[in-house]
Design a protein around this ligand. Structure first.
Ligand SMILES: NC(=O)c1ccc[n+]([C@@H]2O[C@H](COP(=O)([O-])OP(=O)(O)OC[C@H]3O[C@@H](n4cnc5c(N)ncnc54)[C@H](O)[C@@H]3O)[C@@H](O)[C@H]2O)c1
Length: 374
């Protein structure tokens, strides 16, 4: 396809399975043709929500009908709180009524909430049918649509019920980012900065310029969604994530580095009841906390600490924990994170020069100390 870039995600653990992430502008009208190439489906069930459907539903519908698919839509309520078993049942119900068969496929059209939920529905319906990701938020384009983690939330925690289930392909149309609010764009940018802080530990050595420097130089173009810059950015983040997933699909080890800033971030989100603080804000605070602990443990020096904080400031990701949340509550919430191994924290800490390591020897005092400054 013209004017597109492709990242190949290879999954060695699944007999060498691989799939493409196709990145470009104005690609939604190609979804029909691509679905024909990559699946044997006759019927497609498109999962989306009440915000995304009015923006992009018709375009996707026209392309799929143009390729002679029989299609149906499930249009869910919008929001993290709907990423639950009730929405999943709605999808399963529609799939059964629509008589979706083994060879057919599910399409996720939306952000990470829709992608995770539609992916889990595809993984479980008839023991697994084909799945296509069409991510429409920056977070979903650089992160959640890559690597095959699919899940719903349980009332006791986020993403507790899920699976690893890889799509047939990912279609990333960067033009869809134009309708995002700045706050939603910043949620994705927080994940982009995460890649910059972990870049050199990602087994991917494509760029000579450091990603931190690239982000410093191109901030205005990124916020303005300059097509070339934004496509390069999305592609590079996908390459970094794909390289990590290639080494460790199921997060038995090194994939954990993608959680830089997320141990505290998830705990903060949980303590705020996913209400007055969003994911990007929470992980920005979490990354600051991880940098603080890294400095306290003398893994990084003062200069590198300030260098990283300056990037968070530049992108206006300098958030604070709301006063209503006590440090002890955040500490306790960290223990309930599903990423805790044998009751021990696994902290992803910076070791400098965009490298990170996995550490389990961080004591309570150091953690509380770092939370208090956030
Ligand atoms: N699977 C993974 O590896 C992984 C990784 C990171 C996050 N996640 C999950 O992703 C979810 C967060 O994803 P998100 O940040 O995309 O949130 P989201 O899916 O809730 O989308 C954010 C908001 O943007 C709206 N939206 C989506 N596309 C739009 C567009 N083009 N224009 C205007 N509005 C649009 C949505 O309707 C929603 O209101 C969480 O549930 C998180 O657990 C999964």
């Amino acid at each position: 396809m013209e004017n597109t870039q492709t990242v190949k995600v290879e999954i060695p653990e699944q007999q060498g399975y691989s799939y493409p992430i196709i990145i470009g502008e104005n690609l939604l009208n190609q979804i029909g043709k691509l679905a024909k190439n990559y699946t044997k489906a006759q019927k497609l069930l498109v999962i989306t929500n009440k915000t995304v459907y009015p923006l992009y539903g018709e375009q996707v519908k026209a392309s799929l009908e143009g390729a002679n698919f029989e299609i149906d839509f499930v249009i869910l309520e919008d929001g993290e709180k709907y990423k639950n078993i009730t929405s999943l049942q709605t999808i399963w119900q529609r799939a059964i009524e629509f008589k979706l068969e083994r060879k057919d496929a599910v399409i996720a059209l939306g952000g990470g909430v829709i992608g995770d939920m539609a992916g889990f529905a595809a993984a479980t319906y008839l023991r697994g049918i084909d799945f296509i990701q069409v991510p429409t938020t920056l977070l979903a384009q650089v992160d959640s649509s890559v690597g095959g983690k699919v899940a719903i939330n349980h009332e006791l925690g986020k993403n507790l019920i899920g699976n690893f289930y890889q799509p047939k392909f990912v279609l990333t149309d960067t033009l869809t980012l134009k309708t995002l609010t700045v706050e939603e764009l910043k949620v994705g940018l927080a994940e982009v900065l995460k890649y910059a802080f972990i870049e050199k530990s990602c087994f991917c050595h494509l760029n000579t310029q450091s990603f931190i420097e690239y982000l410093k130089e191109n901030k205005d173009a990124i916020f303005a969604l300059n097509p070339d810059i934004i496509q390069k950015l999305v592609k590079y983040c996908c390459e970094l994530k794909a390289a990590v997933v290639n080494k460790d699909e199921k997060e038995s080890d090194i994939r954990a580095i993608l959680n830089f800033g997320h141990t505290a971030g998830h705990a903060i989100e949980k303590c705020s009841r996913y209400d007055n603080i969003n994911h990007g804000q929470a992980i920005s605070i979490g990354m600051k906390g991880a940098l603080h602990i890294s400095r306290a443990k003398r893994l990084i020096d003062e200069n590198y600490y300030k260098y990283c904080l300056a990037l968070l400031d530049l992108y206006k990701l300098d958030y604070k924990i709301p006063n209503s949340i006590a440090p002890e509550a955040i500490y306790q919430a960290m223990f309930n994170d599903k990423k805790i191994l044998s009751g021990k924290f696994r902290f992803i800490l910076s070791t400098g020069k965009s490298e990170v390591g996995i550490f389990s020897d961080v004591d309570k005092e150091t953690i509380l100390e770092s939370i208090k400054i956030l």
